[in-house]
Write a new protein. Structure first.
Length: 727
């Protein structure tokens, strides 16, 4: 059992970590510890640092020895003496906002229950995990709060979620309900988050935590390009290889909030969940609310190991379906090759050349429907444009299949253009607030997924297409954020439910489609990586990482993304030069090598390449077919960061530790310097590793301590891909 309960303490143990919750004076859940594994039992008195606290500290009358103003809370409620950021805040019809949740019992069960209406991690076998539910009651208001913990037995991941049930005769408004919140000692931590914008997603920020609140959030209706629903707390000296690192990753794709509060006694409250800004949920008598799940991990072996814990878990217990394990087809997407300017003939000529190179899947992007020849119209009118494609999607799919390729299609199902038949017919189907302008972004509005009729429309539209042609892949795009958020059908008092109801509608649509079409590969996209989160990865095993396809910018984006997400989830394509986003010119080898660290493909017309480049492409595809599955399932070691050097280096060690791949990237050529040394990681000291290109054999300890040397004066934007095999 990975969960036990003794003397008012819950012990949650994974292979290398312990999480301990005490029930203080039999009533209050307190956070005793999370970190490196502690063997045996502890005593609550010794683990709580609060007795020395003096001064003007208020207290709940029934607590004898310590005050809940400074006690490390496991899930703090608002209103009684704890003045830090609460985890939950409820408002009752009498106007009161005070909650007092006290311990009422617990259960421990094998396996992991599903989270109602929300994506969540899973188990394949009940023996993989144990689930602890701690029940807390606010007796005065008849509210029941359940803290849910699933502890995995073979990996260092604990998932947490929360649900609230209203047993009273009155409604109650949830103003905040975080998924995880607990207090821990501030061991001089830094807060690491992933931030950016369109075309430069998930760059890494690291700052010392400071007194007061700091964190990131989204109010955009999607997890966003700007911030990611993740944070890490890392010791001051923690680096990739050593030191304590806590990772928190929210399985949710909408508005979120993630951050820390350092309080007056220098403890940290670490918090993550749905953003309470703009959120207010009316919980009617008998109703239950489920907050999304969060993944927690801890490593005492640096940020690298924290990432490997999350990468492995997300790849195997968040991602699911056929393509979780199956090799992803090498694809070619026509977007940057043609934009809106294509017809059947052009697509087939691209397909023919793609087939010759070894590509396996041809994806037709935006512009195939309605009268969409630019981005000003037709979203919602998902009828094929016969001028461009006289034989329809079915006809095109057949021709592509005849060329020996699978066929995939782009949709942006959540959107509507004001210039569309759908909008003219149903002007109320989009997100809007009466009396306010409907602000456009990329000339489009968002369909109101809090409505059942709209969800059914999307399910029917997609299902009809999937049933009427041999479509084996769908790119599910989403190209704007929410403004004037509101629904024609929500009563005014429920307007604060809108953002979350939208997400529930989206998850319902995706659940339905995934179960009806389990063999279709879905790739997520939101103007690139605007909704790259574990919630989406429960449906889409891969997501278009960024609209920036420039290989050098991708080094940073993919490096930052890998803090949380496995490389198998990162759509990465070779595109044309000069690059369309930054106008940089990188060699085809560099573009291929960097895209190889992801779900590999092309975003160009291969007819435009020189013969020499085309030969390189053929080899890249051959390599990808041979090794991408191994790379995707490997452990990633980040050896050099493009954020603080002129280099980037990534190493992949296969599950069986036999195959080792290393990518070295030299960003700008340097004059008159010595070779650049890169030390490898994760190898066995005494094993021998052979460089497949040079035939050179090294010991693991040599590679780890002396490493490999690379020429860094050989021009700009150069990469070297090394393949080593353990002998
Ligand atoms: C978004 C996507 C692109 C492409 C276009 C099509 O920007 O991120 O990859 O599909 O839409 O309009």
């Amino acid at each position: 059992m990975s969960v036990t309960f003794k003397n008012n303490i819950f012990y949650l143990n994974t292979p290398n970590t312990s999480y301990m919750i005490g029930i203080y004076e039999g009533k209050l859940p307190v956070h005793l510890y999370y970190g490196k594994k502690i063997s045996g039992e502890i005593s609550m008195e010794r683990a709580l640092p609060v007795k020395a606290a003096r001064g003007l500290i208020p207290n709940l009358p029934e607590l004898q020895e310590a005050s809940n103003a400074v006690l490390p809370a496991e899930y703090a409620s608002f209103g009684s003496c704890d003045f830090r950021e609460p985890a939950i805040c409820l408002c009752y019809p009498d106007g009161s906002r005070i909650s007092k949740f006290e311990y009422a019992g617990y259960s421990i069960t094998k396996g992991k229950p599903k989270l109602k209406g929300l994506p969540s991690a899973y188990v394949e076998d009940e023996e993989e995990a144990d689930t602890l539910e701690i029940t807390l009651l606010d007796k005065l208001k008849a509210m029941e709060l359940t803290l849910v913990y699933t502890v995995y037995r073979h990996c260092d991941i604990i998932t947490k979620s929360v649900r609230l049930k209203n047993h009273s005769e009155d409604k109650c408004c949830i103003e905040r309900i975080l998924s995880s919140s607990f207090d821990m000692a501030n061991d001089n931590y830094d807060l690491i988050t992933l931030n950016g914008d369109w075309c430069r997603e998930r760059h890494i920020s690291r700052t010392p935590v400071f007194h007061g609140y700091s964190g990131v959030d989204s109010k955009r209706g999607a997890s966003s390009h700007q911030h990611n629903p993740f944070f890490c707390l890392a010791g001051k000296n923690t680096d990739e290889k050593a030191g304590d690192a806590y990772g928190f990753s929210l399985v949710y794709s909408g508005n979120f909030k993630a951050g820390v509060e350092v309080c007056e006694v220098n403890t940290i409250r670490a918090m993550i969940g749905i953003n309470d800004f703009g959120f207010r949920w009316v919980l009617t008598p008998g109703e239950e609310f489920y907050a999304p799940e969060v993944l927690l991990t801890f490593s005492s072996e640096g940020i690298g190991e924290m990432s490997r814990n999350l990468n492995r878990f997300i790849r195997t217990r968040i991602c699911r379906g056929r393509y979780r394990d199956e090799r992803r087809p090498v694809l070619l997407n026509n977007w940057e090759a043609t934009y809106f300017d294509f017809d059947e003939e052009k697509i087939i000529s691209i397909a023919k050349k793609a087939k010759e190179a070894g590509v396996e899947l041809l994806v037709l992007d935006d512009g195939w429907f309605g009268k969409r020849n630019d981005d000003t119209s037709s979203l919602g009118d998902w009828e094929v444009n016969k001028e461009k494609l006289p034989n329809g999607i079915d006809g095109l799919a057949k021709k592509v299949n005849e060329e020996g390729l699978k066929f995939g299609l782009w949709f942006e199902p959540e959107m509507v253009s004001p210039d569309s038949d759908l909008y003219r017919k149903h002007p109320d189907w989009c997100i809007h607030t009466n009396g306010r302008e409907r602000s456009l972004s990329r000339n489009q509005l968002i369909l109101d997924l809090s409505r059942e009729d709209v969800c059914s429309f999307i399910i029917d539209t997609l299902s009809n297409h999937l049933n009427s042609a041999n479509i084996e892949y769908i790119k599910w795009d989403m190209n704007r954020y929410m403004s004037e958020a509101g629904s024609a059908l929500l009563e005014p008092e429920r307007s604060g439910e809108f953002y979350h109801r939208y997400m529930l509608g989206l998850y319902h649509i995706l659940d339905t489609l995934m179960s009806s079409f389990p063999n279709v590969l879905f790739e997520g996209c939101a103007s690139g990586g605007g909704r790259f989160d574990p919630g989406m990865l429960c449906y889409f095993p891969q997501i278009w990482t960024s609209d920036d396809s420039d290989a050098i910018e991708r080094l940073s984006i993919q490096y930052g993304t890998s803090l949380v997400y496995p490389v198998s989830s990162m759509g990465a394509h070779v595109s044309i030069v000069p690059n369309h986003q930054v106008h940089r010119v990188c060699p085809i080898k560099t573009r291929g090598d960097i895209a190889m660290m992801g779900a590999f493909g092309y975003e160009l017309d291969l007819n435009a390449l020189s013969e020499e480049e085309f030969e390189i492409v053929k080899k890249q595809i051959e390599f990808s077919k041979k090794y991408s599955s191994i790379i995707h399932k490997s452990d990633l070691y980040r050896l050099k960061s493009p954020f603080d050097s002129n280099f980037a280096a990534f190493e992949f060690v296969s599950e069986d530790r036999r195959d080792v791949f290393m990518l070295f990237a030299n960003i700008l050529g340097e004059p008159n310097t010595i070779l650049h040394q890169v030390k490898l990681q994760g190898l066995e000291d005494d094993a021998f590793y052979k460089d497949e290109e040079t035939g050179e054999v090294y010991t693991g300890s040599f590679l780890k301590n002396i490493g490999l040397f690379f020429d860094n004066g050989n021009g700009d934007f150069r990469t070297v891909f090394v393949k080593l095999t353990r002998q």
